[in-house]
Design a protein around this ligand. Sequence first.
Ligand code: AVJ
Ligand code: FE
Length: 440
Amino acid sequence: QQDATGERLRGRIAAELERTRDRTRLLTDAVDDGDLMRQHSTIMSPLVWDLAHVGNQEELWLVRDVGGRPPVRQDIDDLYDAFKQPRKDRPSLPLLRPDEARAYLHTVRDKVFDLLDHVRFDRRRLVTDGFAFGMIVQHEQQHDETMLATHQLRVGPPVLSGEPTPPAVVPVGGEVLVPGGPFTMGTSTDPWALDNERPGHVVDLPPYLLDAAPVTNDAYLAFVDAGGYHDPRWWSEAGWRHRCEVDLSAPMHWRRDGSGWGYLRFGRFSPLVGAEPVVHVSYYEAEAYAAWAGKRLPTEAEWEKAARWDPATGRSRRYPWGDEDPTVERANLGQRHLSPAPVGAYPAGASPLGVHQLVGDVWEWTSTTFHGYPGFAAFPYREYSEVFFGDAYRVLRGGSFGTDRSACRGTFRNWDLPIRRQIFAGFRCARDVPAGERAA
Ligand code: AVJ
Ligand code: FE
């Protein structure tokens, strides 16, 4: 019995490792060596740094820590330590060349497969339920999304392609009333949940209204056309200061051409699709839009209750649609499409209360700063989450079209600085229930 469970887990881990490596290869084989070594933006790494860093983390946690095997390349640990090497310095480091990096990843992966054949998934926390393997799969997928964002910043002819997004098949708009009351936020049981998603704890919320869909390009364009970028009334003090400092006037990658707006996506220009969620906006822009619309951004708890709470049972589930894994009918994930899909394209992914596209399409900014839940314990390393706790970062939820299904669930927490907009981030708005409406 125990052996059968272990064998199933081994098979699942092997499949996830392979699937993830295929994506890493797709992103790094698409461009030539010069492009891999170049820095496309000072806030991003050269792609070849991400590539070798992924291998180095796999070596550190699986080969050395779980496997107890001798190091492959201890000499390069410092080069690929994100805390020792600021991004802007990474292109001038003596990095592994692309072919060396590929060979390194290959050597590490061979050892990991050998280890996977022999490892016992016993009670040690790092190996229970294959946690360390799951963590490494998610880590590589997170860097794949980062590399996808680097591709979006790179200039030159297009090298990536995606399938067309599905069309809107149901009308979705307005707000959903989420009833007040307690729900379980976070998890103590999801086997591959990372430290910042734990532990599960009860949060009691007053009733609130949440947009049934992310804010679309059409809606955001109305804010732009209304002069929203030029009116400090809608902006927080820090937001306005930033808006003026870098002269923001539209989402990143929007371009005006003769007849109207379009965007530049992975090297291709296309006219703005009004029904798609807006993407590449900073927290400050999201916050200003919400104020202009007479609303606010949801808190992280409000987002998660809408995404997980099942009114029929009172239980918190893994995803808006239930506990089953994401499918192509339920959510736009995994770089299958190179853009968000129009609002109304995923009725099968809606929550019981009728909130759509919470998972996939665009990361959603919340108003909550990044902190540990009550009872938080860093595991297995402080540098994954704990060192980022504080008021500098805002939490994003839900995952984007560039997020893999393994690195996204109703409890998953992402975070970034409020000025960042190279990530695939959009938002939806929330609102308190007006006093008069509460009685009903
Ligand atoms: C969770 C996306 C904020 O990319 O900075 C990758 C994930 N941590 N390597 C990041 C991560 C270490 C992290 N985010
Ligand atoms: Fe990393």
